[in-house]
Design a protein around this ligand. Structure first.
Ligand code: PLP
Length: 319
């Protein structure tokens, strides 16, 4: 039942009111280059270059005053780390982002320049995670990338913006990894307009939420290199929030090959003038691959743009 889930529609409305001054209401633009009616939600134009700012900002704004003084910690080399660094800096909260020694210097510099302390430790993501756990034991507040009610509520504000700008949507395609983005969006839409079909899109190479839903419980999958690197990683074996919401609210999950993802990125660039990282292009890619049942007005989230521009060029030049 929609009302037994760990996040409510009211949480999403509260998040919307709370984060509004701090995040952009990004444009929803009608695409001209797809068959049928397709709208693109431009979260690649969100500040920090990805939607994760919404969830991180909502989590930070719901901390109690004494928790804010303790500072926040996250463990991410990518969009989540940037979001936490940026939001904490603007709200005057100390932030520490833990990373391993193997993380490229440009990613370290990017997070540092957004105002976080970067703590470099060990030679794997697990080592960085252990450092974070230690800082949490010492009193810092963790900001998880997806499996937290306030993070999910923050990401769900995207659905409210879409309904404001174009209420007549029949199908929405949402990039899916840990499921914070799709859980927030699907929960809001299934309560407000239950007829909307909500479809998650992941890469074939290591789709943890897909494998977990198939298994009926959170499972680990082998992590493989992919163009959609922001979709990599597991959903957490102790997942409490996103797994049940996805089970209840998501209609289908589509999986894509690497070539299909690259095609989506190229199409968005050459035909819609949008720079989008692999993870952000999967909705468009699923449409182009003919994997979406044709169902009326379609919206998709271009969830981020943070890709190394040399890598971007290599994808663009391969035709
Ligand atoms: C994190 C991320 C996703 C996936 O979001 P989840 O909440 O983990 O499902 C998709 N696209 C981009 C660009 C991201 O950074």
């Amino acid at each position: 039942m929609l009302t037994d889930l760990p996040v409510t529609l009211l949480d999403i409305y509260h998040a919307y009111a709370r984060i509004r001054p701090w995040v952009r209401h990004t444009p929803l633009v009608k695409a001209s280059s797809f068959k049928g009616n397709v709208w693109l939600k431009l979260e690649n134009q969100q500040e920090t270059g990805a939607f994760k700012l919404r969830g991180a900002t909502n989590r930070l704004l719901t901390l109690r005053e004494e928790e804010k003084k303790q500072g926040v910690v996250a463990c991410s080399t990518g969009n989540h780390g940037r979001a936490v660094a940026f939001a904490a800096n603007r709200l005057g909260v100390r932030s520490v982002i833990c990373m391993s020694e193997l993380v490229p210097q440009n990613k370290v510099d990017a997070v540092r320049s957004l105002g976080a302390e970067v703590r470099i430790i060990g030679r794997s993501q697990d080592d960085a995670q252990k450092e974070m756990d230690k800082l949490v034991r010492e009193g810092m507040i963790p900001v998880p990338p997806f499996d937290h009610p306030e993070v999910v509520a923050g990401q769900g504000t995207i659905a409210l913006e879409i309904l404001e700008d174009q209420p007549d949507i029949d199908t929405i395609l949402v990039p899916l990894s840990g499921g914070g983005l799709i859980a927030g969006i699907a929960l809001a839409l299934k309560i407000i307009t239950p007829s909307i079909r909500v479809i998650g899109v992941s890469m074939e190479r290591g789709a943890a939420m897909y494998a977990s839903q198939q298994a009926g419980k959170p499972v680990e999958v082998e992590e493989l290199p992919t163009l959609a690197d922001s979709l990599g990683g597991g959903i957490g074996l102790n997942n409490r929030v996103t797994f049940p919401i996805v089970r209840e609210c998501v209609d289908d999950i589509i999986l894509l090959t690497e070539e299909e993802i690259a095609h989506g990125m190229r199409h968005l660039y050459f035909h819609e003038q949008q720079v989008v990282e692999g993870a952000g292009a999967v909705g468009a890619a699923a449409l182009l691959a003919g994997k979406v049942p044709d169902t009326g007005n379609i919206a998709t989230i271009l969830s981020g743009k943070n890709i190394d521009m040399h890598a971007f060029h290599r994808v663009m030049n391969k035709t």
